[in-house]
Structures are given as C-alpha cells and as structure tokens.
Design a binder for this molecule. Structure first.
Ligand SMILES: [Fe+2]
Ligand SMILES: [Fe+2]
Length: 187
C-alpha cells in the first residue's frame, strides 16, 4: 500500500489522539531517516502504522493471536499491552504489504530486540521523541540522538526497564537482550 492509503486506514482505525500520535511518529521517523541516511518513505510507513493494533481490546488481541497462529510468551500473556507490537507486525504485513523487516520494526517497538535494524531503531526512537510526547528528558535524549543511534536506543531501553522496576512489573526478556547486545557488541 502507498503511504496515503495506510494513513487513511490508520485514521479510521484509531481514536483522534492515537492517530495524532501516529502522525507525529511518522514525521519524526522521516527526520530520523534523513539524519541517519535511511529510506524516508519506508520509515514513514512504519511510523504511521506502528500502533495499528494499539486500541484493540484484550479480548480482541487474544482472539487475533489465536486465529493467526502468533506465538506469545508468558510476559505477553500477563501484560497484553505488549501484544499490539506483534499483532501490528502481522497486520502490516498482511494488510499493508510490509516486508518482513519492516514488520519486524513494529514487532520490536515496545520492548526492543537483539536484531534491530536501522528502521527498528528509528521507530524505537521516534515513538519516544515525537512532537506529541513531552518527556522532561527530551533535550538530553536528542543530544544522544546526535551522538549516535545506539546511544539513544540504549537510553530508551534503560528508561523502559527502570519504569518496569518502579512498577514492580515483569521486564520483557527482549528488552534485556537488546540492552546487553548494544553494550556487548555495538558500543
Ligand atoms: Fe506502541
Ligand atoms: Fe506509539
């Protein structure tokens, strides 16, 4: 599907607030793709589509994974909010014609993962630094974005893990794998 068609679909699928977030992530993904030398249209498509499954109910999500043979782990069973990433990947591939790697960027966007390519990293950062977000550390995070893509990803992973600890909630294993991989193999 072309970008405009995907945008139309997302607009119909999501609330105004979530659609606005998706548009902001799309714009931010474009900026980051320009900055890091990636294909801007691919980054925009991933950005606009990434939360396509975010507003499904828990029941709908569990039904979807069952009907589409999507494997889920224990952490996802307990925290079904995480599932919108895997379901989003499946919808994007089947409905929007995404490639496996474009879909994988969506699958990776909540927890991070070991095998993050440039588009996974762009989405991961865009989802945290889009215009509709106002985290107090935005300025600092944007300095890291200038320093290097992996520095920014590592920082966001840390913050996500810290938040889970504060909430006394389980940490998805992929977040830890992603963090170790960056520290051990990249930085
Ligand atoms: Fe999301
Ligand atoms: Fe998002």
């Amino acid at each position: 599907m072309e970008l405009e068609e995907i945008q139309e679909y997302i607009k119909k699928q999501l609330s105004d607030k979530r659609y606005y977030h998706s548009k902001c992530v799309m714009k931010r993904s474009r900026e980051l793709a320009e900055k890091y030398g990636a294909d801007v249209v691919i980054a925009e498509k991933i950005g606009i589509a990434h939360d396509v499954a975010k507003e499904m109910s828990e029941e709908e999500k569990l039904k979807y994974v069952k009907e589409n043979n999507i494997e889920i782990d224990n952490t996802e069973k307990v925290n079904t909010g995480l599932l919108h990433a895997k379901i989003g990947k499946d919808i994007a591939i089947k409905k929007f014609g995404f490639s496996e790697s474009m879909g994988q960027a969506i699958a990776n966007h909540t927890t991070g993962n070991k095998d993050m390519d440039i588009y996974s990293k762009i989405l991961f950062i865009a989802d945290r630094t889009s215009k509709d977000r106002n985290f107090e550390d935005l300025e600092y995070l944007n300095e890291l974005v200038d320093k290097g893509i992996d520095e920014a990803v590592l920082y966001i992973l840390d913050k996500k893990i810290e938040l889970q600890i504060k909430k006394r909630a389980p940490i998805h294993i992929n977040g830890i794998i992603a963090r170790n991989y960056i520290l051990e193999e990249i930085i």
